[in-house]
Design a protein around this ligand. Sequence first.
Ligand code: SAM
Length: 338
Amino acid sequence: MSEETLAAIVEKPRTQAAIGSLRAEGIYDDDRSVYEASGDTVAIPVTETPVDTDVLEVVREEGEPRLRTLADHLRERGWSEDDIDDAPASWAVLGSVILVEMGDARDPAAVGEALLSMHGQADTVLAREGIDGEHRQPEVTVVAGEGDTETVHCEHGVEYAMDLADVMFSPGNKAERARMGEVVDEGERTLDMFAGIGYFTLPMARAGAQVTAIERNPDSFQYLLENTMRNGVSERVEPYRADNRDVLAAYEGDPFDRIVMGYYEAHEFLPDALSVLAPGGTVHMHEATPETLVPDRPVGRLEDAAAAVGREGDVRDVRRVKGYSEGVCHVVVDATVR
Ligand code: SAM
């Protein structure tokens, strides 16, 4: 027998505000999708009838009639099964923006329209073509919807404001963002050498760490500032818009308990990082590694860099964050350096 579920109906422009309020009430149902209920309204999945959130009505649904797949939507638009096979298998809903890699999809605009009808809280679909250069700027194209690429994405209680046309956001790093909020201790002195918009800085600061956050891309830095305020952690974050190598010398006599190096070329910065890491401090070094070189290459790089400055790197873990490209994965090495 199908289960009965509840959805709160709200006017479209109120979608994000209502989701935020329903989350605060603790009744937003993350496991189901928001969908378009009519031309002007959306249905937001809830676990109970809202008390503090203003909604038009609460409806009962039998089963999951709206939880249809992208394939269903494309079939309805007359697509052949072969064309459906070439459509994207996954995408990310980041606030009001859907981020998707189109691959060989026949008609990206039609895929975008279908995704919009599946995710009522979204108003823009962005096709991601790649990430470019040392500032990690995304190459994206609006394929459907209003084209507003600025959004606020909420994840594990952290709000990330960003413009997805200007800054990167890796949906696949979600578990790692959450983990960084779990590993820090209250009051711990932490350095985020490649802070971006606050991917790791925000969860760590919310967990009580004192974070020195360095980011040199001006667009990302602006969002880093906005996000520290938005998440109420400005007092625990010391932000620098700079090249991290220009900042660290000032901390040599005042080292950090933990250093996060969230950049695929992080190993090149190990000497700088170790010069400001306290004895027994922890490093989280990220790397894009060919599968055949996991874990030896990142572990060797860390141990060699420590040995080069007369220290000992004790690798605790090598974790797989996500696939990076064919045969290459994104790993993070956790190490204690004595
Ligand atoms: N940690 C992020 C995540 O999980 O998605 C990734 C951040 S992105 C890969 C790396 C960031 O480091 C970019 O925002 C880039 O501008 C910044 N960056 C690169 N080299 C830098 C340097 N030498 N000093 C400061 N920031 C740097």
